[in-house]
Design a protein around this ligand. Structure first.
Ligand SMILES: [Zn+2]
Ligand SMILES: [Zn+2]
Length: 185
């Protein structure tokens, strides 16, 4: 059975304060059912003690492995700092081949940078990173438009500038991918 739906996979216990906001925005943006998987433990081998960070690809694979339906979009979410390859950190990582992604909320709150808290910005950043990585799972590449959610984000300033909306070109690509997904069902 194939599934045109989205499953969010938390790598933590408990109910985060952004849960409802993220779920509602994802439903609105992608028009797909959104469900939450039971929490997964962080894979032991994902931790890099020399860096004090977790490997994004290992978390991505663990989130992927939790899939219950073929074609389902899977998004892992961790509150730990993650990195990949030669990059000091990543906000997220995705693969379109398996339609899975992972994001980290570690660097999305102002407190990480010793700045005064801003919950509105924090929620918006989480949705932005989630939508960006889900866009990759649907086959979208980075977009040159700095206000499009698919623009590459190297810093929080990039993330804040772009927000979580697709530019018209990327929106068309997302809609085409979602249409294929629905036809597969
Ligand atoms: Zn990207
Ligand atoms: Zn775009």
């Amino acid at each position: 059975m194939t599934g045109c739906l989205m499953t969010l996979v938390p790598f933590f216990e408990g109910r985060p304060d952004y849960r409802d906001f993220l779920e509602e925005r994802l439903k609105e943006i992608f028009g797909l059912p959104v469900r939450w998987h039971a929490p997964l433990n962080l894979p032991g081998e994902s931790y890099d003690g020399s860096r004090g960070q977790f490997r994004a690809a290992t978390l991505l694979a663990a989130a992927c492995a939790s899939r219950s339906e073929e074609g389902e979009i899977v998004l892992g979410i961790t509150d730990r700092d993650i990195y990949e390859g030669h990059l000091n950190f990543v906000f997220g990582l995705a693969t379109s081949l398996y339609r899975c992604a992972v994001i980290s909320t570690a660097r999305l709150s102002n407190s990480f940078y010793d700045l005064p808290p801003d919950n509105t910005l924090y929620l918006r950043r989480i949705v932005t990173e989630a939508v960006h990585e889900i866009g990759h799972t649907l086959g979208l590449d980075h977009c040159p438009d700095p206000h499009c959610v698919m623009h590459f984000s190297n810093s929080l300033a990039d993330t804040d500038r772009k927000g979580y909306r697709f530019c018209p070109v990327c929106r068309e690509r997302v809609d085409a991918a979602l249409l294929r997904c629905r036809k597969d069902q």
